[in-house]
Design a protein around this ligand. Structure first.
Ligand SMILES: [Zn+2]
Length: 325
């Protein structure tokens, strides 16, 4: 019997009964106000209205460094709790409505309390667009995983996208999902170990009766590799993958679309299972043969903020398209 089989896990779903806040202590001050917005250099071949401003590389880097200060941050750790408080402050500073979704996971380590953070920006219509990233980092036996790529890169991108979207009136309603518990508690992810936060939120969405309102679910994960090649995930919706590829082409980032194709188990799966159009934007080859993934080598030296910026820009292009369709 391997270690995984010893895990006996039951997710205790706490559906909105605990009206608690993530907030504890005010964190350190950071320059996160809306500054003057840069004009959009890539806009526009004339076909789309440039609704969203370009990604600000300095802010993106600032968010990335901020998140690194809270690394590593496994699910149910004090540092992850501290980060959630900080994220809530930042998101509310942009006038987003932040909901904390606490839930419990029973493991052979006992009851683990996890919390999703969902920030919403209301648009003119009920049509929903989700942007998601997990926030927890991996725990491995015997060594620490900083998670500079997994999950710091995608969480930084999610923050910058939240800032950009919060800055403009939109047609669609946006939800920025900062998921807890993506990583398996055992060494490897299985269908019963991992994706705790996204599974919890998908059930809430179902209970809310909003599944059919979701136009797109765009998941970001591991987008900071210096040698960035986004994997074609066969679980993702072909239409949203095509939109991502056409945005990369349009922006001149053709080299970041890789030719590796595989089925990736990630936080988009619970939403795909509900029939929601979803795409996982992930480079599942972090270092040669994915050799840096879930290792002590997942450090800032192996991450490029420019890679994160390119993916964030491509997603901004996708949002412009979805807003205008
Ligand atoms: Zn991971």
């Amino acid at each position: 019997m391997n270690g995984l089989q010893q895990w006996s896990l039951v997710v205790a779903v706490v559906m909105g009964l605990l009206l608690m806040t993530c907030r504890q202590e005010p964190g350190q001050e950071l320059h996160l106000n809306h500054g003057p917005v840069a004009s959009d250099p890539e806009s526009d071949a004339g076909t789309l209205r440039p609704e969203f401003t370009a990604v600000d590389p300095d802010r993106l880097e600032e968010y990335y460094r901020l998140l690194l200060n809270f690394s590593p941050r496994p699910a149910a750790s004090a540092r992850l709790e501290e980060l959630r408080v900080r994220l809530q402050e930042i998101l509310e500073g942009w006038s987003l409505a932040v909901t904390c979704e606490p839930f419990e996971v029973l493991s052979d380590r006992g009851k683990l309390r996890m919390v999703n953070l969902i920030a919403e920006k209301k648009g003119r219509t009920a049509e929903l667009i989700y942007l998601g990233s997990h926030v927890d980092t991996k725990t491995m036996p015997g060594f620490e995983v900083i998670g500079a790529n997994d999950s710091t890169s995608s969480t930084a991108a999610l923050l910058e996208l939240a800032r950009i979207v919060a800055d403009r009136p939109t047609r669609c309603t946006y939800r920025f999902a900062f998921f807890d518990g993506e990583e398996a508690l055992g060494e490897h992810m299985t269908y019963s170990d991992g994706l705790y936060g996204s599974r919890h939120h998908a059930q809430r969405l179902l209970a809310e009766g909003r599944v059919l309102d979701v136009r797109a679910f765009i998941l970001l994960d591991m987008i900071g590799d210096r040698d960035l090649r986004i994997t074609r995930d066969t679980h993702s919706s072909p239409e949203l993958w095509s939109l991502f590829v056409s945005c990369c082409n349009r922006l001149g980032y053709t080299e970041i679309v890789g030719d590796q194709e595989m089925a990736v188990l990630d936080d988009h799966i619970p939403f795909r299972e509900l029939g929601i159009p979803a795409v996982d934007i992930i480079d599942f080859e972090y270092g040669p043969g994915n050799s840096l993934w879930h290792t002590p080598a997942d450090v800032p030296e192996n991450v490029s903020v420019e890679s994160i910026r390119r993916v964030t820009e491509a997603v901004r292009c996708m949002l412009t398209h979805l807003e205008n369709e």
